[in-house]
Design a binder for this molecule. Structure first.
Ligand code: C2E
Ligand code: CA
Length: 538
């Protein structure tokens, strides 16, 4: 212990010298927070006081109310860490707005315990300043945390150690039940302050799930320490914590790979905190890559053998109630209303296999229509087609020739264009779609209304149908709902001679509403859930 104190003592000399050189403001405080010494531009903080000193008053009085939790956490961690910083913190000031400063702190333990605070102006260059944070806790959102952590890890060329720790906190629900939301809000604030204070630059802590948090830090033991420390954040509540720390040994992997690995590890942790036992990022990366490889292999064999199924959901005319066509929705599990295929489709998109899948699905749909035609019961199907397939130099020819060879069923098929944001070369996609339309296929723009780009595709692509994003259906149920946006879609489409389809229609009320606005077709549970056999008018 005395060696540590010796070291700290030496460091104290350096720190004080350094602080005076680099700090704009400098304070020395005792264990209760009373200012013992002040230096630099101290008149910038606190109320207007005509040159009189802050010595003898409490530092807490000049810290912004919202950041008092940060200061309390800082004092607590200092006893264990010795030194901390930089940490963003706001002070009150006489100029009307608060003063954002970066704080470095050094703690001298012992009988005559002292803490030195060095403060500088805080241009938050490149840090959490541009990221999205939760307004209540100031913690980064999951995505912002992942991005910031991955960038910091990738840019860590100084070879200083970096660690990511994920924390699960159990007992917050009970605390809320017992003491109410105000109490938990305050509790979360104090926890967030603790996480932030120990994190790199005092701002690399995020909330990654309902009861899951993560922070990036420089000392390995901080992970276990914070687990213990958060448990005791308030005597009134019983909390349980579970932590997992992973070291950033990421020299041979790219920033994108770091990002995906972190996302993978943190998702696993949120699902089951005891399932994550990676010590190092590269080990997690290899496991993730292995799992992805196995998924790719099974996806490929599924595509090759065609061992996925088509479910059908009717699209109904709002005027005549006739079934106009069925949308094909893929099913990879046995049951029709089991897991949504969304994850598998997204995975296929991410690993560059959606093109082969689209081709396999179109083959299946073409075969099915031919079979039904032979039986004298031809039917119209809409198949989802990823924008990526139209972009792909490897697969687009194969896709187009498959469709051109199926001219006999072209008039029964609607190509429902999804993932349009993947389309970079609009002119090329436009030419391809026009070519397919000339062969007899119809084209539908899926999920219109989310993102601004929809209008651009609507202008460029000569489509027959526009499918309105399902989120608008739920809005209709609100009492003060005004259908401004829906009406503008309907009018625009009518001018362009495009038919509209409302999806996720779940109630008669929604169906009537859509009809009154002039929407042409409806699709949703109200008319029928996806089913392995298509609904027809017969
Ligand atoms: P999507 O193209 O927007 O398909 C509509 C989704 O909404 C389907 O989910 C459908 O089951 C669901 N749905 C239908 N009616 C209602 C309703 O009334 N209320 C609500 N809340 N949902 C309703 P599903 O089958 O889970 O498919 C999810 C997504 O997966 C699809 O969204 C589509 O993007 C993708 N997908 C499915 N099959 C294929 C495929 O064969 N190829 C491609 N590229 N994507 C597919
Ligand atoms: Ca669709």
């Amino acid at each position: 212990m005395s060696a540590i104190i010796d070291d700290l003592r030496k460091e104290r000399e350096r720190f004080v010298a350094f602080a005076f050189a680099a700090a704009e403001i400098f304070f020395e405080i005792d264990t209760t927070g009373i200012i013992l010494f002040e230096g630099g531009a101290v008149e910038k903080v606190g109320p207007e006081r005509g040159g009189s000193s802050l010595v003898g008053t409490s530092i807490v009085d000049v810290i912004d109310n919202d950041d008092r939790d940060v200061f309390i956490a800082l004092k607590m961690h200092l006893e264990y860490k010795g030194r901390l910083g930089p940490i963003p913190i706001r002070f009150t000031s006489s100029v009307g707005h608060n003063l954002a400063l970066r704080l470095f702190a050094l703690h001298m333990p012992g009988a005559n315990s002292r803490t030195f605070l060095s403060l500088r102006s805080a241009p938050l260059g490149g840090g959490a300043g541009e990221q999205s944070t939760d307004k209540e806790t100031g913690l980064l959102t999951r995505d912002s945390f992942l991005n910031l952590a991955a960038t910091t890890m990738a840019e860590n060329t100084t070879h200083n150690s970096l660690y990511v720790t994920a924390v699960e906190i159990d007992g917050l629900d009970e605390a809320q039940k017992k003491f109410g939301p105000k109490f938990t809000h305050n509790l979360l604030g104090r926890m967030a302050a603790q996480l932030k204070t120990l994190s790199v630059d005092g701002e690399m802590a995020g909330q990654i799930g309902d009861k899951h948090f993560a922070f990036l830090h420089r000392t390995q033991g901080d992970g276990d320490y914070i687990g213990e420390s958060l448990k005791k954040v308030d005597d009134k509540v019983q909390l349980k914590t579970s932590v997992s720390t992973i070291a950033a040994d990421n020299e041979n992997i790219s920033e994108g790979q770091i990002l995906r690995t972190l996302s993978y590890v943190l998702s696993k942790f949120c699902e089951d905190s005891s399932s994550v036992d990676f010590d190092q990022l590269t080990a997690a990366y290899e496991t993730m890559a292995g799992e992805a490889q196995a998924r790719v292999t099974s996806m490929r064999s599924m595509i090759e053998s065609g061992s996925f199924k088509m479910a059908f959901q009717p699209v109904v005319s709002l005027v005549s109630s006739d079934i106009h066509h069925n949308e094909v929705l893929s099913r990879f599990e046995g049951s029709v209303d089991g897991d949504s295929p969304k994850d598998i489709i997204e995975f296929a998109e991410n690993v560059g296999m959606i093109e082969e899948f689209d081709i396999a699905l179109c083959k299946k749909a073409i075969d099915y229509i031919r079979k039904m035609k032979r039986l004298g019961e031809p039917l119209n199907l809409a198949v989802n087609l990823s924008g990526r397939t139209l972009e792909s130099s490897r697969f687009v020819d194969q896709f187009v020739s498959l469709l051109k060879d199926a001219k006999d069923v072209a008039r029964y098929i609607v190509l429902e264009l999804t993932e349009t944001k993947a389309i970079k070369n609009i002119e090329k996609a436009e030419a391809l779609l026009n070519d397919l339309k000339a062969t007899g296929y119809r084209v539908c723009l899926d999920d219109f209304g989310v993102g601004a780009s929809g209008y651009q595709y609507l202008r460029s692509f000569n489509v027959d149908y526009v499918k309105i994003n399902g989120s608008y259906m739920h809005d209709m149920d609100k009492p003060d709902y005004k259908p401004t946006f829906l009406l503008s879609i309907v009018r625009l489409c009518a001018d362009l001679n495009i038919k509209t389809i409302g999806q996720h229609v779940e109630t008669q009320f929604q169906a009537d509403f859509l009809k009154s606005l002039g929407v042409d077709f409806g699709q949703g549970y109200h008319y029928g859930r996806p089913d392995f056999s298509p609904k027809t008018n017969r």
